[in-house]
Ligand binder design. Sequence first.
Ligand code: FAD
Length: 468
Amino acid sequence: MSTYDVAVIGSGPGGYVAAIRCAQLGMKTAIIEKYSTLGGTCLNVGCIPSKALLDSSHHYEHAVKHFEDHGIEIPGEVKINLEKMIARKQAVVDQTCDGVSFLMKKNNIDVYEGVGAFKDATHLTITKADGSSEEIEAKHSIIATGSKPSTLPFISLDKERVITSTEALKLKEVPKHLVVIGGGVIGLELGQVYRRLGAEVSVIEYMDRIIPGMDKSLARELQKVMKKQGVKFYTSHKVTSVTTSGNEVKITADDKKGNPVEFTGDYCLVSVGRRPYTDGLNAEAAGVKINERGQVEVNDHLQTSASNIYAIGDVIKGAMLAHKAEEEGVFVAETLAGQKPHIDYNLIPGVVYTWPEVAAVGKTEEELKEAGVNYKAGQFPFRALGRSRASADLDGFVKILADATTDEVLGVHMVGARCADLIAEAVTAMEFRASAEDISRMSHAHPTFTEAIKEAALAATDNRPLHI
Ligand code: FAD
């Protein structure tokens, strides 16, 4: 039987990063993955394929709607080859997954393909698809088994017409009418992909706003812009039934007043969140406690109720984000090596990769109000920037929230072009506990979208933006 210092169960961004860091720190490391490709949800059916389709559909939309404005004429009709688009996406996924396999080899990490299950706290059985199994011994284990799409109790996902994000990433045709249940990140990103490709898209959301959890002003702006793009929104609508008949899906929802509203589409994307995944892990055998929400229970050191077993990523509490899982992977590896790592969960950014992109870090205005914090806000619209006009990306703004007394930046919220990348400046500033004035006095290259951050900081400092 092979023995290891650490066995990592699950090869998503949490698991594979944890394995690499463990190996870097000199631990003999194994990683167990039930699927034949490494990379987990993120690389196979999450972050990477969704961004590939967002990029492809963005190019198409530009060619159809905006090339002419730039003086680019395309003789004949611009057409979509969905099969090719999906194949390109798969090629991107395959290359990225191969990259993780390479990293495992480079770091001398043993990869086991099969379902990992605890026999006890230091022994794991790995069962392959053909039913054969082997056992390994591990001084420490890291559970990184991630999450799966969740649904509503009355919805039966046939994965043909009533689908999750996984199927939405490989459709064989552009829907005529895609009904999206859930106005969160995944529903909006995939909804936008198919809207750009020509589908009618209706988003039904239970709450009175989209992207719950993010600053309300971002939700308002994104909804406004996506509405202009043709997406229909039905907020404060509670879905009560989903039925299929042939190629037709009927969705009924109660509106704010309790009146039933009916939607008919050819596809229904159920994107109502994800559930932590521990099926087949046999956690009880190792003394690992799973809480009532299905999450592996951990303490502040990400240690489970079994002291030699840790858990990270989507399978534990907190934001279900790849970069959160990665930070936790590094945290556990360094803890095992006797170091004293730290994660500031307040500074894990959240991003929506629609166009315009939405990104945020720190506290929202709603959170600051609720906590009774005396804060000031500075906001700057992208449309006032030369860079935005040059690329015709005029929608959105940057909003900086700072402590009214100390001027320390408490939250940065933005919606607009390239915000997914711009947010890194805010994370850096907040990590170093910058004041709004600190940011406003830093030189920002002209013309760039980053100038909106400087201007919002000027607005927050002393209400003295220069270009508005
Ligand atoms: P996962 O990536 O879920 O990996 C867990 C792995 O464990 C899986 O490969 C699974 O097969 C394996 N496994 C489970 N049980 C066992 C077992 N018993 N034995 C062996 N293997 C097992 N996040 C972002 O930050 N940015 C984005 O842009 C983004 N876009 C997304 C788009 C979509 C459509 C979806 C669905 C998700 C997206 N996410 C995004 C979320 C992101 O994918 C997850 O937060 C991230 O993958 C979590 O990483 P993880 O390592 O915890 O688990």
